[in-house]
Design a protein around this ligand. Structure first.
Ligand code: TRP
Length: 329
């Protein structure tokens, strides 16, 4: 059974794109592998050193993932900052991480360009913290998107370097967990591109019905087809793509036929789409709220997760310390 590690951004409220993308796969993956899922709250400080409500964000994200089907009894679900072995391994890895390679990292270069007033050491060493997250459980697989591939490559570099420098075979080389065909891409409501938090085009699982209706009615469309059976322009195709995952086949077919007959009224289609999104997200939103209201439960989940994560993490750190040469008297 493969060991899988994945970090979740602590600022990321879940939207429909996450739900039909990575999350659905996480839920499946947890039964087929030994999974460690954690909320990367330390990482968030690299760009937001004085967060408004760090604890609130972590709680929200934890509740949302559980509401969507991550099972704390099946996977190990924890908060990064609850596992002190991670920063310890991070410190040790930093001793063998070189300034040049850290400075060349694309995400670092992007961040210093977008925020030149906060080029801190945590930002520079973001990849070593991420490597520590991953190799602390001796992971084989890491589900990553395109934007994280370089970080994973650096993790392999740090893991291999450790093995080589100390002449051991401690860390396996973590590979990308490829969802392949199963990864459904959900577009945003602004006409082009995928749904994303930073794009400002997302529908969140925690959005209430009024918000969802407002967002969908404002989605980009056009004045409609002028000839039958034409290919759909991107903004229109996007509405159909979302409809495809939340509405019934009949509904999707109905509007597709209307489009092909040049009889489509986007106002009607959007109203239907909004109601179908609401029907789909309502039970999830209710679960999120129920979980958030039960602090005792969340506390138990976080404690149980931290215990399981530390069991594995402390074993690795003990080995690392011995290998480097830290010994008890
Ligand atoms: N860098 C990842 C992101 O921005 C989050 C992350 C932190 C992560 N540590 C990780 C992902 C370890 C996978 C494994 O999305």
């Amino acid at each position: 059974m493969d060991i899988v590690v994945s970090g979740i951004r602590s600022t990321g409220k879940l939207h429909l794109g996450n739900y039909f993308g990575a999350l659905k796969n996480f839920v499946k993956m947890q039964h087929e592998n030994k999974c460690y899922f954690f909320i990367a709250d330390y990482h968030s400080l690299t760009t937001h050193p004085t967060p408004d409500d760090l604890h609130g964000s972590v709680k929200q994200v934890l509740a949302e993932y559980i509401a969507c089907g991550l099972d704390p009894e099946v996977a190990t679900l924890y908060v990064q900052s609850d596992v002190p072995e991670i920063p310890e391994l991070y410190l040790l890895l930093n001793m063998n991480a070189y300034l040049g390679e850290l400075e060349r990292c694309t995400s670092f270069k992007d961040k210093i360009r977008s925020n030149p007033n906060n080029v801190n050491a945590g930002l520079l060493t973001y990849p070593t913290l991420m490597a520590a997250d991953i190799i602390i459980h001796k992971a084989h697989k890491v589900p990553v998107g395109k934007d994280q591939e370089q970080h994973l490559e650096m993790t392999r570099t740090f893991a291999n370097r450790f093995n080589r420098l100390y002449n051991v075979d401690l860390f396996p080389e973590p590979a990308a967990y490829n969802f392949g065909e199963q990864l459904v891409k959900i577009p945003g409501l602004d006409g082009s591109g995928k749904m994303g938090k930073s794009e400002g085009n997302a529908i969140y699982l925690s959005d209430n019905p009024a918000t969802i209706r407002k967002k969908v009615m404002r989605a980009v469309s056009d004045s409609g087809p002028t000839e039958p059976n034409q290919p759909k322009p991107e903004p229109i195709q996007n509405l159909f793509t979302i409809m495809n995952v939340v509405s019934s086949d009949e509904t999707h077919q109905f509007y597709s036929d209307k489009y092909n007959d040049c009889e489509i009224r986007y106002g009607d289609m959007k109203k239907q789409l909004a109601e179908d999104i609401i029907t789909f997200t309502e039970p999830i939103r209710e679960r999120i709220e129920a979980i958030l209201a039960d602090n005792e439960y969340l506390k138990k989940v976080a404690k149980h997760g931290a215990e399981k994560a530390r069991e594995s993490a402390s074993k690795t750190v003990k080995e690392v310390r011995e290998i480097i040469g830290f010994r008890p008297f």
